[in-house]
Design a protein around this ligand. Structure first.
Ligand code: NAD
Length: 256
């Protein structure tokens, strides 16, 4: 992406904000992983331009919807498996090593944050993780390869080996509630950070998008790196309209 007018000043401002605190909460969205080759949803060539989501209610009530959901998950997971954490993830590792990272709240389901150096205890995957399955009744985990094997052998979706419940990929679908414990931890890290840094999110998916509002209302400084406008730009002290790979890398290195 070409550098936008005023971007240099915005990156310098972000560097100053980063340098001035050891309490940074990172809030990432699908834009965090586009530079790892994983498409986002709402960019013009994003996933929603090609297919409609399958809701939780459709999944639990209709075997055909379940089979279609798994078919898409396997394709998506093959992309996730070959993706490598990009420069932006490296910058978060740097903040962590410098002792500046309070926590990572991610809307992403690709598991890439967990492949960096940040301890898993500092990461909340608000929308779950698409790299494994989980029983909807007893929460027993199931490897995706095992799910794929059952579908290939039987033509039907797998049932939990422990309780017979439906197995679904361990992500939050449209129409499904977020894990209350994950949401509570995310709200805590939003309320008690000094800098709330949004990386690559359109900030339209709720309740996730309420977290930057919460942070700002509790006195945190809000900064956003996103290629496009977001509905919360008016709350931000710093907006960098560029790509995370270059802008975040510059800001983190200037802040050292
Ligand atoms: P979104 O698709 O709504 O918005 C992504 C935003 O990132 C866009 O505004 C886009 O302009 C921006 N962007 C894309 N690449 C960028 C880059 N390199 N640098 C800076 N900005 C960039 O994504 P969202 O807000 O996360 O919400 C969509 C939902 O999609 C989330 O719930 C998430 O779970 C899910 N999702 C996850 C993945 C993943 O895990 N990688 C991929 C697609 C969608």
């Amino acid at each position: 992406m070409t550098e936008q007018p005023g971007q240099k000043a915005s990156v310098e401002k972000l560097a100053d904000l980063i340098a001035s605190t050891d309490l940074i909460t990172v809030f990432s969205g699908a834009g965090m992983s586009t530079e790892s080759g994983i498409p986002d949803y709402r960019s013009p060539d994003g996933i929603w331009s090609r297919m409609q989501p399958i809701t939780y209610q459709q999944f639990v009530s209709d075997e055909a919807a379940r089979l279609e959901d798994w078919r898409r998950r396997f394709i998506m997971n093959d992309d996730f498996a070959i993706a490598q954490p990009n420069q932006g993830y490296g910058c978060i590792d740097t903040l962590y090593k410098r002792g500046q990272l309070h926590g990572i709240i991610t809307q992403n389901i690709d598991g890439l944050h967990k492949r960096g150096r940040v301890s898993g205890e500092r990461i909340v995957e608000l929308h779950g993780n698409a790299t494994f399955g989980r029983c909807l009744e007893c929460s027993r985990a199931m490897e995706l390869e095992a799910v794929r094997g059952v579908i290939e052998r039987t033509g039907a979706c797998p049932r939990c080996e422990s309780c017979g419940g439906l197995v679904k990929v361990a992500v939050i679908s449209f129409g499904q509630n977020l894990d209350p414990a994950a949401l509570q931890r995310a709200a805590q890290w939003s309320a008690d950070c000094e800098l709330f840094l949004v990386l690559g999110s359109s900030l339209v998916v709720e309740p996730a998008a309420s977290l930057p509002r919460l942070a700002a209302s509790q006195g945190a400084t809000l900064a956003i790196i996103n290629r496009e406008h977001t509905p919360l730009d008016n709350l931000a002290a710093c907006i960098v309209r560029g790509s995370i790979g270059s802008a975040f890398t510059q800001a983190v290195s200037m802040a050292s």
